[in-house]
Design a binder for this molecule. Sequence first.
Ligand code: C2E
Ligand code: CA
Ligand code: CA
Length: 512
Amino acid sequence: MNKKAKVLVIFTAIIIALFAAVAVLGPLVVFNIPEIGLTTLSNAVYVSVLVVLASLATVLIFMISREISNETGSLNENYYNLGKRISFYNLDTFTKAVAKTYKKKASQSYVISYSPIKTDIIYESVQADQVRLMHGLIADEFIKYFSTSEMIKAKPAYCFDKDSFFIYFTGDDGLLTKITKDFDSMTFELAKQNDIRLFVQPYFGIFKGSKEVSVFQAIEKASAARKSGEAKYASVMFYDEKKDTANSFDNELQEILNALKNDEFEVYYQPKFNLSFKTFVGLEALVRWNSPKHGLVSPSKFIDFAENSNLIHELDIYILDKVCKDIADWKRRGKKIIPVSVNFSVFELFLPTFIKDIEDTIEKYGVNPMLIEAEVTETVRFNIASSLYIQSVLRKIREMGIKILLDDFGSHASSFNTLKELPIDIIKIDKSLIDGISVDYKSKEIVKAIISMAKTMNLGIIAEGVDKDEQVKILQDSKCDAIQGYYYSKPIPKKELEKFLSTNPFESKEVL
Ligand code: C2E
Ligand code: CA
Ligand code: CA
């Protein structure tokens, strides 16, 4: 209880005591002791005194309760802002604290907006505890990190606001690099040590101070830089006036949400051809947006936006739903059915409903789970911190009978690490590697090595983005299992696919 509340309580106690005294003694004084001359006091005065005292006590009690509720309110807010930790500011006090130094040393000032996880994902309540834990761990680390004598020279200040941290310091680009690098590895390390089951990925938005920009604006610009980084999975982003697109973002999401409601998304299928069996052995489901406003929109235009919210999961389940519906339809019409792979983003795996949503959708149409495959792309730096959790989710998916395909293999530096960590059934070699196989021997040797590695590890292997005769020959010679690419077919709508599968020149018609 604060000082003001305590004073109010004492004062209220006095008033209540007075009330009691007047109530009890009043009648004695007024009615029973006529010799002291108070008999002329009317009952009305007696009642008025009581009413005044009672009102005063009520007002005081109201003031105390307001004081106490204010206090818990600010406690919660402080807790949320991590302000209970010594030297941790909230955004308001942070702005004030750095204002003076910033004014003097604007050109040597840096404001970093930092978050250890993607902030625009709406975390479920079960994950909220993990989010809070992660923020708390980092806050403690901040205090340690900035209390060294080396750091104190840089006049550091930091705060937490809603979902991200702000760091202020003076120095040069060298110190900036050091801080971002240290926090980058610290984020992963903390997540690993504490078994954090979130999509851990540090993002830094940086604004280098200048005289023309106020502290307040500097903070906003650092925040805008971080958000633009998150949208592109770029870990470190400097504020760029020209690319300040933070505002258009919400509209994009709203448009996608409306498109989902209005059923504007369609599935296109791209067949996968098995080189030994000379037949199509699978299909990849690829989303297309039939927008009345923009026309047919390619996924590269909106997947990134959808990936910055849980919308990507809604979209992918929506696509899975359409795929299952189509499979059920092919079954009903007695058509030949081959497995269909659906794309999922890695951080969808962290949604608590991920497995159940897949299960429910497949069950809804009574589809055999063996006909469904999941393509998982390593869209960002894979981190070991989250690998145990991803492993367990993928295992459960596999137990259902769904194969796991590692998409875009070879397009990320850490592809081999991913392969080592995750339960994968099939590798898809990225188009960027395939592009080179007919022109440079290095690409060819790399692809050959990947194919032979997959065989040794008992994994299936598919080459994607194949569009030339020569590439097919090389892949055939290298004993690649299957090929997907324009060479056989572009992604096409269901009706066209049915026609393609019965009339294409690549497989013998008896098989169908
Ligand atoms: P991806 O999963 O790597 O899909 C393959 C992309 O390469 C497709 O582009 C496909 O049309 C294209 N492609 C296939 N063969 C060739 C070829 O021979 N030459 C060339 N130039 N391109 C070829 P698309 O459909 O535009 O999809 C782009 C990316 O968008 C996909 O890359 C995938 O990451 C994402 N995506 C598409 N549909 C979905 C979806 O339903 N959910 C999610 N999460 N992501 C999706
Ligand atoms: Ca894919
Ligand atoms: Ca791919």
